[in-house]
Design a protein around this ligand. Structure first.
Ligand SMILES: Cc1ncc(COP(=O)(O)O)c(C=O)c1O
Length: 449
């Protein structure tokens, strides 16, 4: 596969031109020499017709979608998806309404807040997925939500979630079609699923975002917005403008080159095999860790390249285990009192999962740590996301003083940027205890007038 963006910038850099254009570093240094702006021939991400358009088409061929690049992560694509949801609702003269499980990333909340989209939450209902990070939803929960919200514009799901749970997208997509709702998927963690036949677009979603940078060999910030070929025309027609509503007018050419180069890597002969071997190696380590009691059996589908350890029965909190591993040169993606999340990619060594297993064995078990995750209760909703997020607010310590106050912004630790209580909900004792459990020290609450 050709790499038109990389080729253009390399050639330009080799010409040694006098750079009387942005960026201010004038190409001195590495990687600065490859960091350019929209000079003639470099195309324009906001309305591409040259090398960027060609590169996006290449990506689209890999993902089987109409693909748009983002240099600002999936966060930008999430906002664009919700803008498209809003347009879809308005096209049919309705108010936008989105059903979503509660494990949505902060970018979903802020987008709905900005666009004044109403959200019908699916709250965690299953005891095996009791805490808010994993949302705890199944296809039947989506069915019930659709049945009780006729005229809903879209279902928005996060799959895979931060802990590696995957939803049954084909059956959720079928339900959405039945009810005339769009299916939008936050696939930030699952760009690589294309190589396992499990990418949301091939499973029936109308649109999804992938953070290429999370699981593929792409610089931080590189992401895709994919629109399915069978999605309503308004999504395909308006996606570019939807991204442009929220994006910078100075996209990073370093990130664009990285996305461009990834097309060649992903289409190379060995890539699919490499990623499958990596998944096998992760799976072997998972079984070893399961035997040690660190990975509980899951009822649903789990991700291929993520390992979520629950080390309390092994004698460690997630945070303690991640600190022990750090001392052995192994750095986890995320940890909290209950879990420790590890993300592998084809760029890891195939021996890394085995090395992790060895390090955990070497660490050895201790007396189990007691205590379950703080669970979930449904806080009282006092106002809409939009009203809450556009109200004057103050930042207060997360202590008894905030009980009874209305959240103005998501209350979260980042990562994973999943909120304990969402804007517009009133803080109660349970919410406060969850904030304490997750070491959230302060909270933005609406100013009392
Ligand atoms: C589930 C989920 N969605 C969206 C995002 C945002 O992705 P990005 O960092 O690429 O903007 C994240 C980031 O961690 C995430 O975990």
């Amino acid at each position: 596969m050709k790499t038109p963006i990389c080729d253009f910038v390399r050639k330009y850099s080799e010409e040694g031109c006098m750079r009387l254009h942005m960026p201010g570093h004038k190409g001195s240094g590495d990687p600065e020499t490859y960091d350019i702006t929209e000079i003639p021939g470099a195309d324009d991400l906001s309305d591409p017709s040259g090398i960027i358009a060609e590169s996006e088409r290449n990506a689209g061929m890999i993902f089987g979608a109409r693909t748009f690049y983002s240099c600002e992560g999936s966060s930008l694509c999430v906002r664009a998806m919700l803008y498209l949801v809003m347009l879809t609702a308005k096209e049919s003269g309705r108010r936008p309404f989105v059903i979503s499980p509660r494990n949505a990333h902060k970018s979903f909340l802020t987008a709905c807040g900005l666009l004044d989209i109403d959200v019908g939450w699916i709250y965690p209902s299953r005891t095996d997925r009791e805490w808010y990070l994993s949302g705890g939803f199944g296809t039947e929960d989506v069915r019930a939500a659709l049945e009780s919200n006729p005229g809903c514009t879209a279902v928005y799901i996060t799959s895979p979630d931060y802990l590696g749970n995957m939803a049954d997208i084909p059956s959720i997509a079928a339900l959405c079609r039945e009810h005339g709702a769009l299916l939008a998927v936050d696939n930030a963690h699952g760009a690589y699923l294309r190589f396992f036949g499990k990418h949301p677009i091939s499973l029936g979603a109308d649109m999804c975002c992938d953070s290429a940078h999370k699981t593929l060999p792409v610089l931080t910030g590189g992401a895709y917005l994919h629109i399915s070929g069978s999605a309503p025309g308004i999504l395909k027609r308006s996606a570019r403008q939807a991204l442009g509503m929220f994006s910078t007018t100075s996209p990073s050419y370093l990130i664009l080159q990285s996305l461009d180069a990834a097309n060649r890597i992903m289409s190379s002969a060995g890539f699919s095999e490499r990623i499958r071997k990596m998944a096998e190696s992760v799976s072997e380590a998972r079984e070893g860790l399961r035997a040690l009691g660190l990975v509980p059996e899951r009822t649903g589908m789990e991700e291929y390249l993520k390992l979520t350890l629950r080390p309390k029965s092994f004698g460690y909190t997630g945070t303690e285990l991640s600190e022990v591993l750090r001392k052995q040169g192994i750095v986890c993606e995320f940890s909290d009192p209950d879990c420790c999340v590890m993300m592998f990619s084809p760029s890891n060594s195939l021996t890394d999962p085995g090395r992790l297993l060895k390090a955990v064995r070497h660490t050895g078990s201790r007396k189990p740590v007691s205590g379950a995750p703080c669970g979930f209760s449904v806080p009282r909703r006092t106002m809409s996301l939009h009203d809450a997020m556009t109200s004057p607010f103050e930042t207060l310590p997360a202590d008894n003083n905030i009980i009874g106050r209305i959240m103005a912004f998501p209350s979260l630790s980042c990562p994973p940027a999943v909120s304990v209580a969402v804007p517009g909900e009133t803080v109660d004792e349970f919410v406060l205890s969850c904030m304490k459990y997750y070491s959230i020290k302060k909270s933005d609450v609406i100013t009392k007038i």
